[in-house]
Design a protein around this ligand. Structure first.
Ligand SMILES: [Zn+2]
Ligand SMILES: [Zn+2]
Length: 274
């Protein structure tokens, strides 16, 4: 198998207790070719004091695991950067002064609200939240495109582009993205132009949703708009979830006409046939 799980958290994330070695063991036992650790870099003022992105700690874990596994299994050192347009100086300082295999850009905050905090959803309906979230994802993709036009490419992958549905499901028992196809299409077009690879994130399948993020129809739209490669990520916060659903998602990508898996090493992208 040549599949890579390029979205995995460890105990270097505030919301995970997973031991890096346990994650690798699980990925190897699932027959994957590699995984990339993408611990959180959360720079929102309310989360920054809790963010424990320990670069040296992660680098040491990656180095020891690479020694143990040799060339048989790829172990990447990535980072999941939360889109915070008011913290760009802090984010770029960090990215410019550290080496990564992959930089994942993810939207967790929209219109001043955190997806994962129930308190921000008071008075919010699922239709409005879905559109506002997707508009913020579009803003993040346009941010990457503007940077590309200036000759900079700080981000490789756009994480879980319709993740809002995990929370509309949790709070309202509904997850309809289709009414926002106009915004979704614009996100996909912008990603293609910005060389930002959209991820298929499998965490929604563990949260009572019947589809990954984004949904299969969105993968179909991506292909129609000219997209060719995507990444796969379990977004595991526990070792037993590493690699979960990756093989099924790869089959879904092929079914929709995505033939390539983008794999990042040292910020260099290789497109591998699925
Ligand atoms: Zn995320
Ligand atoms: Zn994540």
């Amino acid at each position: 198998m040549t599949l890579h799980d390029q979205h995995v958290h460890t105990w270097f994330s505030n919301d995970s207790q997973a031991e890096p070695a346990e994650n690798v063991r699980q990925a190897v036992s699932r027959g994957l070719a590699g995984l990339t650790f993408t611990d959180h870099f959360d720079s929102h003022p309310t989360e920054w004091p809790l963010c424990k992105y320990d670069y040296d700690g992660i680098a040491a874990a990656v180095s020891a695991l690479r020694k143990e596994h040799g060339d048989n299994f790829f172990i990447g050192h990535g980072i999941e950067v939360c889109y915070q347009p008011e913290q760009t100086a802090k984010i770029f300082d960090y990215l410019d002064s550290h080496r990564f295999d992959l930089v994942l850009l993810s939207v967790h905050w929209f219109y001043g609200k955190a997806l994962h905090e129930r308190q921000y959803w008071t008075g919010l309906d699922p239709v409005t939240a879905t559109r506002q979230y997707l508009e913020t994802v579009l803003e993040a993709a346009r941010f990457a495109l503007d940077l590309k036009r200036q000759g900079r490419r700080p981000f490789d992958v756009l994480g879980h582009l319709d993740l809002v549905k995990r929370y509309t499901m949790r709070y309202f028992n509904t997850f309809d993205i289709r009414p926002c196809q106009d915004v979704v299409d614009e996100i996909l077009r912008t990603c293609i132009e910005a060389d930002l690879v959209p991820e298929v994130n499998l965490s929604t399948l563990r949260q009572s949703l019947p589809e990954p993020s984004p949904a299969e129809w969105i993968v179909g739209r991506y292909v129609k708009l000219g997209g060719r490669a995507m990444t796969l990520g379990s977004d595991a916060h526990r070792p037993e979830h590493v690699g979960t659903g990756v093989a099924e998602a790869a089959a879904m990508l092929k079914r929709q006409g995505v033939e390539l898996l983008a794999v990042f090493r040292g910020r260099q992208r290789t497109d591998q046939p699925l």
